[in-house]
Design a protein around this ligand. Structure first.
Ligand code: PGA
Length: 321
């Protein structure tokens, strides 16, 4: 049955059963009489027994025809339900967004998800937070809809787009001897005990590349598995470190550590959203991408407004002189 019966045949069969006439069913479905007869013959052959019987001029369903009608109605109902689900998903009323981000992105990604959820409350969102290496493993296994990371791999298997600036800063305990020094030469960093993220962390790769670029060797004091552990260890006086500024927002007001004024810092990087090349983004994932792009534009605008405000303040300050 499943191999040879078509949905079109069942639709025709239901129409004949409802209208009690081959001719009227043909008219309703814009089919010719021979096509109707041929399709019903095929369906009858597939069933292996007559599905209609004619008494006088009237057409009736046989017993097996009745059973087939029940089955056919069930199929139509399932399809109609599916169509509703699909329509809802197209309207973004329902569905799922599976986002996976690197540990450092957890300081801003939940807020972006929050504003997205407010806009599309029927969308169920899930957020996986893991380091860069594990994130790339997940991407290779196509486990999520979208990824956010600081440094997409340089291969053609990943499609990535930068959407947010990411500044790397040097942090030290508030009472560090360099805390108030201006324009610290980077070479001084190599003398300080340094706290480094674990292998596989994107931050670690960025810091290692940076030291290599500067021709400096990291004086590693300790390796730690999270940004939070690094911050606490810096506060505890175990050493200095380089972290994304995003990790510090909530802690800066406590003034327990400082950002050192090292030449060349902050280092500007970007946050990217990414997905495996060739992956067809779901409608919801595509809409989230638009949301990220919009957030990026808003962020740029507010940075520019903040800059222009600083500029307009300057002349009045000069006037006062
Ligand atoms: P991480 O990644 O959280 O694994 O350190 C950060 C980044 O990719 O910049």
């Amino acid at each position: 049955m499943r191999k040879s019966t078509t949905l079109r045949q069942l639709e025709l069969f239901e129409a004949i059963a409802r209208l009690g006439s081959f001719t009227r069913a043909a008219e309703e479905l814009f089919l010719t009489q021979p096509t109707v007869s041929m399709q019903i013959k095929k369906l009858t052959d597939t069933v292996g027994m007559p599905i209609f019987e004619q008494v006088g001029k009237k057409i009736y369903l046989t017993e097996i025809g009745q059973a087939l009608l029940q089955c056919s109605k069930g199929i139509s109902e399932h399809l109609a339900n599916f169509e509703m689900i699909a329509a809802d998903m197209k309207g973004l009323k329902k569905g799922k967004l599976r986002l996976a981000v690197v540990t450092t992105a957890k300081y801003f990604a939940p807020r972006l998800l929050g504003s997205f959820s407010q806009r599309y409350p029927g969308v169920e969102v899930s957020l996986i937070v893991t380091n860069r290496e594990r994130l790339l493993e997940r991407a290779a296994n196509n486990l999520d809809d979208l990824y956010i990371l600081g440094q997409p791999p340089d291969d053609a298997n990943v499609v990535a787009e930068a959407f947010l600036e990411n500044y790397l800063v040097v942090i030290a305990p508030a009472d560090h001897p360099l805390a108030k020094v201006k324009n610290i030469p980077p070479a001084k960093l190599a003398k300080e005990p340094f706290l480094l993220r674990e292998e596989g962390s994107g931050t670690r790769i960025a810091v290692e590349r940076l030291f290599e670029h500067l021709g400096l060797k990291i004086n590693m004091r300790m390796e730690l598995g999270s940004n939070e552990a690094i911050k606490q260890s810096v506060i505890g006086g175990l050493g200095i470190s380089v972290l994304s500024r995003h990790t510090l927002e909530l802690d800066l007001p406590s003034k327990q550590f400082v950002m050192l004024d090292v030449q060349g810092f902050p280092i500007k990087r970007y946050w990217y959203f990414a997905h495996p090349a060739g992956k067809q983004l779901s409608l919801i994932a595509g809409t989230f991408v638009d949301h990220l792009r919009q957030a990026s534009r808003t962020n740029k605008q507010s940075t520019e407004t903040a800059k222009s405000k600083t500029v307009t303040k300057k002349p009045s300050a000069q006037k006062r002189k």
